[in-house]
Design a protein around this ligand. Structure first.
Ligand code: ZN
Length: 130
């Protein structure tokens, strides 16, 4: 597994995953939440933010079956299901669905974040059906 590059914008996110927490950025100017981590608010263009802990609860917005890995590190996992989920807090997030959750999927299906430690210094999020 090739680790993602950390930056000042995403270091807290990766540390949160390692600690079993999904962290979202909340704009301290307008209150908008965002995911994935990025420097600027999409709503008001402010650079000011704080990190909040997400509940980990989500619902299925869309999914696709991946037969070709978008990154070499995921080649061994193919085929796998990649889902776009709407987090309870509002932002949408893309992550793999656990193998055990591959039953009849439907829009709005309840999902929960899990944290997969794939190496000593990398934890990746995934969703499981609840
Ligand atoms: Zn804002």
């Amino acid at each position: 597994m090739i680790n993602p590059k950390t930056s000042i914008e995403n270091k807290a996110y990766w540390t949160g995953l390692a600690n079993g927490e999904l962290l979202l950025q909340e704009c301290t100017n307008c209150g908008s939440l965002r995911h994935y981590p990025r420097p600027m608010c999409d709503s008001c263009y402010s650079f000011e933010h704080r990190w909040i802990r997400a509940s980990g609860n989500a619902s299925l917005y869309a999914w696709t079956e991946c037969h070709h890995a978008f990154h070499p590190s995921f080649a061994e996992l193919t085929p796998y299901t990649l889902v776009t989920a709407t987090l309870k807090e509002g932002p949408r997030m893309l992550a793999p669905l656990t193998q055990s959750s591959k039953r009849a999927l439907y829009l709005g299906m309840k999902l929960k974040i899990i944290f997969n430690q794939v190496s000593v210094d990398l934890t990746l999020p995934a969703f499981k059906a609840t």
